[in-house]
Write a protein that binds this ligand. Structure first.
Ligand code: FEO
Ligand code: CA
Ligand code: CA
Ligand code: CA
Length: 610
């Protein structure tokens, strides 16, 4: 083994140039292989997959669509368990035109969501991994889908707002939707964020009035604050095949999504959990760290223009003994504690200039026993967290995506992907300073200014006394993303003539030296280049030196990223290859990974050539 500071953390590499290729492009000296594709078998007995001849049985047992977060936990020396989110379906890219009825497509779509747990094993080349194709030897494999029953934990479990016709208990929920980013806990479970769940709930009738809170206040915006509105353009129409997606029939069903989910990949028979204590919003994901006092701290972003960053601090302490009893205890840590929302204050008086920095505080919203928001109960704060947060005036951010804690310097890194409305409906502040962005329509096109923050930021937060349980911190923008030739961009003060163009940061991870790896989603629009993955040191003289390590195929975003095995393996998950306006299954914009004549979202691993 290479030990800490292995090849991916240490090696110099020639940055990948901005491009529009339909391929995974890596620096010289690195290779990659595909581990699993949409439709590959996950559980024993999975029938053969073909998009020309699909059945619900195939969809339920095979790898779902649009792989997003990737977690890997070791199983033994040679094998590991890889857990992957399936965020959403792309019906126009998935099926030949006219092959299936709208009802069939709705059911295929419902079951294309969820997660997969897949046994993987080492390949011949150090750093390479492949899926275990002998499914009889992969008993932990699991396809979590709309048949999987989740248990609700925490104060909102069983509350009237979570009760439906089919689940009057308000504690057992079928399936999980729009699982985007996630985190692997210090106790080896996988967290996953239910993000844009609003799009699945619709109606042919009228959107119901919101509930009346215990204080007597009607919550008229219960649905619209979460983006749920009657839409004539709902392409999925799930409400036509299952009442639970019909808002008029089941007004509480949307309240059963928008949570942080916890899955134990080592126990395929255990019900996954939805943790009400972490609040309900468009959770990008969640990342857990252990504070010096032993409390588990989970950070989570709400990915919407002008929404907030949240933190949960557990009531109980992490048990680090590594025994079965300790693990069982740790799996209860996310059920009791305190939920906070972030307020950032800049330190510039007058003109706002780089470096952008200041102080911050975590404003408490509720504990498991006491609400700190006037007029809302504990349960109401957890189910309508956006409304609760609105009442305490946190900082409206530019779409908080992944939030992760650097294992080396213990600072918190947040991807803030973009906000085209910054400077108009959202006034600039020091944490959100960009109102004019340099953009390009292709890698060689000239820079053109567009209003708003089009290319995003990476925010760095330092808890006071390096204690994640404390409610104060300092912060700075590590990166103002975009083209280094455009004046608004900032790369921690590093020489801008030496950095790679980067736009729309989404997922982040770290290698063993604490270098930050940033995956992007959406770069084709403001920067005319494929999305990709970038490495940037956050300490020392190279701090801010952003270098493009790979680009993903045309139309894809780069999900995953995970550095594993002493920096020898880089897991990454090209999601929605070929998702370009007007492209279809029959007229695809991408055929990656080039094993068929249509695109297939797939999880890959990159490693050093031997
Ligand atoms: Fe699903 Fe916020 O990215
Ligand atoms: Ca400042
Ligand atoms: Ca994402
Ligand atoms: Ca995104």
């Amino acid at each position: 083994a290479a030990g800490p500071g292995g090849p991916l953390a240490r090696l110099n590499f020639q940055p990948v140039a901005p491009n529009r290729r339909d391929a995974v492009v890596l620096p010289n000296g690195f290779d990659h292989n595909v581990i699993i594709r949409w439709g590959d078998p996950v559980v024993a007995g999975a029938p053969a997959f073909s998009p020309y001849d699909l059945t619900l049985d195939v969809v339920k047992k095979t790898f779902g669509y649009n792989n997003d977060y990737v977690s890997v936990v070791p199983l033994d020396d040679q094998r590991a368990l890889m857990t992957v989110n399936h965020e959403y379906d792309d019906p126009e890219l998935m099926y030949p035109a006219g092959r299936y009825t709208q009802e069939e497509i709705a059911w295929f779509g419902i079951y294309s969501h969820g997660l997969s747990v897949v046994t993987i094993k080492r390949g011949q080349v150090a750093g390479s991994w492949f899926r275990e194709k002998n499914l009889a030897a992969a008993p932990k494999n699991r396809r979590i889908n709309a048949d999987t029953k989740f248990h609700v934990t925490g104060p909102a479990a069983g509350h009237a707002l979570l009760q439906t016709t089919k689940d009057p208990s308000g504690t057992r929920i079928k399936g999980t939707l729009n699982n985007c980013a996630g985190g692997t806990t210090p106790w080896g479970t996988v967290l996953s964020g239910e993000e844009n769940f609003n799009q699945y709930f619709n109606t042919e009738g009228t959107v119901p009035a919101g509930p009346t809170l215990a204080s007597g206040t009607p919550l008229a915006t219960a649905y619209s604050r979460y983006g749920i509105a009657k839409s004539g353009s709902d392409p999925r129409k799930w409400y036509t095949v299952d009442d639970r997606f019909d808002l008029e029939a089941e007004p509480n069903e949307p309240h059963r999504f928008g949570w942080i989910v916890e899955v134990d990949p080592t126990n395929p028979n255990e019900s996954p959990k939805k943790h009400s204590m972490l609040g309900r919003f468009k959770h990008e994901g969640a990342c857990v760290t252990i504070a010096p006092n032993g409390k588990a701290v989970a950070y989570s972003g709400d990915d919407e223009r002008g929404d907030y960053m949240y933190k949960f601090v557990s009531a109980d302490l992490f048990d680090g003994r590594g025994t079965n009893a300790a693990r069982k205890h740790n799996k209860t840590l996310l059920t009791k504690g305190t939920l906070y929302v972030a307020k950032l204050t800049g330190n510039d008086s007058g003109a706002i200039t780089a470096p952008y920095d200041g102080t911050g505080e975590w404003i408490p919203l509720t504990s498991d026993t006491q609400s700190f928001v006037p007029g809302m109960t504990v349960e109401e704060v957890l189910v309508f967290t956006r409304h609760a947060a609105d009442l305490v005036a946190p900082t409206k951010m530019d779409r908080p995506e992944d939030i992760e804690v650097n294992p080396v310097n213990k600072k918190v890194y947040v991807a803030l992907t973009n906000n085209s409305n910054r400077g108009t409906s959202y006034p600039a502040d020091e944490a959100n300073p960009v109102t004019l962005s340099g953009t390009r329509t292709s890698p060689a096109a000239p820079l053109v200014n567009q209003s708003g923050n089009r290319n995003g930021y990476v925010l760095e937060m330092t808890p006071d006394a390096d204690d994640h349980a404390k409610d104060t911190f300092t912060w700075d923008l590590l990166l103002v993303c975009g083209d280094p030739e455009s004046p608004e961009t900032y790369f921690a003060g590093y020489d801008k003539s030496k950095v790679s163009r980067i736009s729309c940061p989404d997922n982040v991870t770290f290698d063993s030296l604490g270098n930050l790896w940033i995956a992007t989603d959406g770069a084709p629009t403001p920067m005319g280049q494929n999305d990709g993955l970038f490495r940037v040191p956050v300490a020392g003289p190279e701090r801010g030196h952003v270098k493009a390590f790979l680009s993903v195929p045309k139309g894809a975003e780069c999900c995953g990223p995970l550095i594993y095995d002493d920096d020898q393996s880089l897991f990454f998950a090209p999601q929605h290859p070929g998702e370009i306006s007007g492209a279809t299954f029959d007229a695809p914009a991408s055929t990656w990974p080039h094993t068929n004549d249509y695109p297939r979202p797939s999880v890959c691993v990159a490693y050093r050539q031997r």
